[in-house]
Ligand binder design. Structure first.
Ligand SMILES: [Zn+2]
Length: 82
């Protein structure tokens, strides 16, 4: 098991997954397909299989989710989102 890398999450996830299902659901479809496009089977056990493309896609996906969370939090504070 590994831990969802989204800031403040802490949910345990399967090693091949990038983040927990809840946060994955917040990730834009384009970035989700980029992550799987560059995923290589077994890379969670063999770090040498992890490509720079995967790292870049993963970083973008995590940042997109964190940005969405910050935006939702701001809207919530302003009473726009419940
Ligand atoms: Zn998470």
């Amino acid at each position: 098991m590994r831990i969802c890398p989204v800031d403040g999450c802490g949910v345990a996830i399967k090693p091949k997954l990038l983040m927990c299902p809840e946060h994955w659901g917040l990730c834009p479809r384009r970035l989700r397909s980029e992550v799987w496009r560059w995923y290589r089977a077994g890379q969670e056990r063999k770090p040498e299989l992890v490509t720079d493309h995967y790292r870049a896609a993963a970083k973008q996906a995590i940042e997109a989710v964190e940005t969405a969370l910050v935006r939702d939090e701001m809207l919530r504070r302003q009473g726009i989102l419940l």
